[in-house]
Design a protein around this ligand. Structure first.
Ligand SMILES: Nc1ccn([C@@H]2O[C@H](COP(=O)(O)OP(=O)(O)OP(=O)(O)O)[C@@H](O)[C@H]2O)c(=O)n1
Ligand SMILES: C[C@](O)(CO)[C@H](O)COP(=O)(O)O
Length: 220
């Protein structure tokens, strides 16, 4: 099996609010995005690693990390960035893993769990159980409408891993602006996507508090 990883790192980090986009901040000695590159590079079957970055960083990053991975420019929505990364995937690739550079804690074991499932079912995404009670709220968020059954809810993470043909087909059609992950596009093809629970911390670094927590976890 020959796989490719698309690490999406072209976001502006508005919720994080730093001058340098969060995915390029130094996290315990490496730029945040490099943690994910190293995790996928540690798995032999990942023959191609593509990092999608802001257009003004493509050249400098390509030069700096010339041997480690391919670089391409992102778009103004996450799904445009994934689409641009897809354009670089080689024809010999069997499965594609899409992963957020903002999830630097991803473990090799969790990647392999999602990959093993995708190899069997063509489509699998990393998830975690919901720990809090979840409720539906009114449009403005002001009041509770309904309490949901959290036993049939999951927080979806990345990697999201798909058979190459499937993901390319999913991204070939019209994509609505509200699309926030890759699985949605594959679900729209009426394909059953498997959910694989991650066993290790894999939260997305969205705020400065997340970043401080990630530093502590990586130190431990
Ligand atoms: N146009 C975009 C938007 C997001 N991403 C990437 O998708 C991942 C998840 O997105 P998120 O955590 O929302 O990052 P940002 O969009 O940068 O954050 P914010 O929404 O706070 O601006 C991140 O690794 C981010 O770099 C991307 O490659 N291209
Ligand atoms: C892909 C994702 O991480 C799955 O939870 C999430 O949808 C990314 O959303 P964001 O708004 O781009 O962070």
């Amino acid at each position: 099996m020959k796989n490719a990883a698309i690490i999406v790192a072209a976001g502006s980090g508005k919720r994080f609010g730093s001058r340098v986009s969060k995915q390029f901040l130094n996290l315990n000695g490496s730029p945040m995005f490099l943690w994910s590159v190293k995790a996928f590079a540690s798995i032999k079957s990942f023959k191609q690693i593509i990092v999608v970055v802001p257009s003004d960083m493509v050249e400098s990053l390509s030069l700096k990390h010339k041997a480690g991975f391919f670089c391409t420019a992102g778009g103004n929505e996450r799904f445009y960035s994934v689409k641009n990364g897809l354009a670089l995937v080689e024809d010999y690739i069997d499965f594609i893993a899409v992963h957020d550079a903002a999830r630097p804690l991803i473990s090799k074991k969790d990647i392999l769990s999602v990959l093993d499932k995708a190899a069997k079912t063509k489509a699998a995404v990393a998830v975690e159980k919901v720990k809090d009670t979840v409720k539906l709220v009114s449009a403005g968020g002001g009041y509770i409408l309904k309490t949901l059954d959290r036993t049939i809810l999951r927080n979806v993470q990345t990697p999201q891993i798909f058979k190459t043909e499937l993901l390319k087909r999913a991204y070939s059609g019209k994509i609505s602006v509200g699309t926030t992950d890759d699985s949605q596009l594959v679900e729209n093809l009426k394909i059953k996507v498997s959910a694989v629970e991650t066993k290790f911390p894999n939260f997305k670094i969205t705020t400065k508090q997340d970043f401080e927590l990630a530093k502590k976890i990586l130190k431990s």
